[in-house]
Design a binder for this molecule. Structure first.
Ligand SMILES: Nc1ncnc2c1ncn2[C@@H]1O[C@H](COP(=O)(O)OP(=O)(O)OP(=O)(O)O)[C@@H](O)[C@H]1O
Length: 408
């Protein structure tokens, strides 16, 4: 087995989405305090309403209140999905105050089944459709698996946990939590996180639906805590390609779609950190993310990745070998001016972070990935059953690939 890498320096992409004023806000005559210039790619916060200087931020792309979900996907996310299929690890973060449209942008209207995408479908269902469209058109030999987790109060829970483990999922305080460990290669692994092998868009849609419903059910039970939780949905794709020299390679790409906690928890803390901690409002992961961004922007020797679960989990996407982008979501409402400035400032600063994207690929001989995965799943089931009694190690796919090579 051999690893080949291509290294070049790449900065974060950053986009800004300004949502329309809601019907209620319009009825209440809420003033708009944000203006967008899509062509100049600028967002201006109208501090002049309060006799202060206006503040303008430039992004890679600015999507104003009239933007369609489809345009956002085609313009901003589709090129990233192409990179994932080339073997890159890519991460899309949605970052903004509660109620500004992070979930709308990432999930939007979820697909119940396969069919036309609704106009309000968000990044997740669109990415899934796009990935399958490309693979089917290429008649590719591929395998795919997904994971979906929630990080709340520094505890990781599995949104796709099988029913027997999910009895307590409605109550975040009673859920089984998973431990995060270093993988020895600069990344991290989550022990016990369900990795579900999928063969069709429909399967992923129902998993997404399932996971996001679990997240929301917990909300109604516990007073809208989703604004303080982060969710990470990941799709792992292995695609077999044949090079001009008739060599076979497996490209291993991964797409992480991250819906972050509301950025108001940063605005609220800061100087008031102690009080915020007492009120249980301090979001350690979000604050550490901010500190990691600052350290990377300032080229500090010490980057505090280890200080939170989120930054340990997504270390590779922050100054590492992944391609990363941030979607900042803001509301035009004049009542949210302070939070809007915090969001824009964070997303804007992140732009100067440089990652070193690398293609992940392995040389392979003639194995059919689809067959291999079916065998692997069977093996995992068997071993899992045995493990419950004897503590036997569950093989990961690298192990299975190596075993398949040895047997030839
Ligand atoms: N671009 C948009 N166009 C139309 N409606 C939108 C848009 N963005 C958000 N909304 C609506 O605004 C409301 C809040 O959006 P959403 O739940 O996505 O916010 P959020 O940032 O994910 O909040 P939270 O942090 O609480 O999860 C929803 O009713 C959503 O449908």
């Amino acid at each position: 087995q051999m690893h080949i890498s291509m290294v070049s320096l790449m900065r974060f992409y950053d986009w800004c989405m300004v949502r329309p004023l809601s019907v209620e806000e319009q009825k209440a005559n809420v003033q708009s305090a944000v203006s967008c210039n899509d062509t100049k790619r600028e967002v201006t916060v109208l501090n002049s309403l309060f006799k202060q200087a206006d503040k303008t931020f430039t992004f890679d792309t600015v999507f104003g209140p009239k933007s369609q979900q489809r345009a956002i996907y085609d313009h901003a996310v589709a090129p990233i999905v192409d990179d994932v299929l080339e073997g890159y690890n890519c991460t899309v973060f949605a970052f903004g105050q509660t109620g500004t449209g992070k979930t709308y942008t990432m999930e939007g209207e979820m697909m119940q089944q396969v069919g036309e995408l609704p106009t309000s479908a968000g990044v997740m269902p669109r990415a899934v459709r796009h990935i399958f469209d490309i693979l089917e058109a290429q008649k590719a030999d591929y395998s795919m698996k997904v994971t979906f987790l929630e990080l709340y109060n520094e505890e990781i829970t599995d949104l796709l946990a099988s029913e027997d483990q999910s009895r307590f999922l409605e109550d975040r305080h009673k859920r089984p939590t998973l431990s995060l460990m270093e993988d020895g290669k600069g990344g991290s692994v989550i022990r016990g996180l369900e990795e579900i092998v999928v063969y069709s868009p429909g399967e992923i849609y129902s998993l997404l639906q399932h996971g996001s419903t679990r997240r929301r059910t917990a909300d109604t039970a516990l007073n809208m805590q989703s604004s303080r939780s982060h969710s990470v949905f990941s799709i792992y794709i292995h695609v077999k390609v044949t090079t001009t020299g008739n060599r076979e390679l497996i490209k291993c790409g991964r797409l992480n779609l991250v819906d972050l906690a509301g950025s108001e928890s940063i605005a609220r803390s800061g100087a008031k950190e102690v009080r915020a901690r007492e009120a249980g409002e301090l979001n350690k992961s979000l604050l550490t993310l901010g500190r990691v961004i600052t350290a990377l922007v300032e080229d500090s020797v010490h980057v505090p990745y280890r200080d939170s679960k989120l930054t340990r989990l997504l270390r590779e996407s922050l100054g590492g070998k992944a391609k990363t982008c941030i979607i900042a979501t803001v509301t035009p409402s004049v009542h949210c001016l302070e939070e809007t400035l915090v969001t824009l400032d964070y997303a804007y600063r992140a732009k100067s972070i440089r990652n070193k994207p690398e293609v992940n690929q392995k040389v392979c001989k003639s194995v059919m990935l689809k067959d291999l995965y079916k065998k692997m799943e069977k093996m995992k089931q068997d071993v899992k059953a045995a493990r419950e009694n004897n503590g036997i190690y569950i093989p990961d796919e690298t192990f299975v690939l190596e075993e398949a090579e040895k047997k030839r």
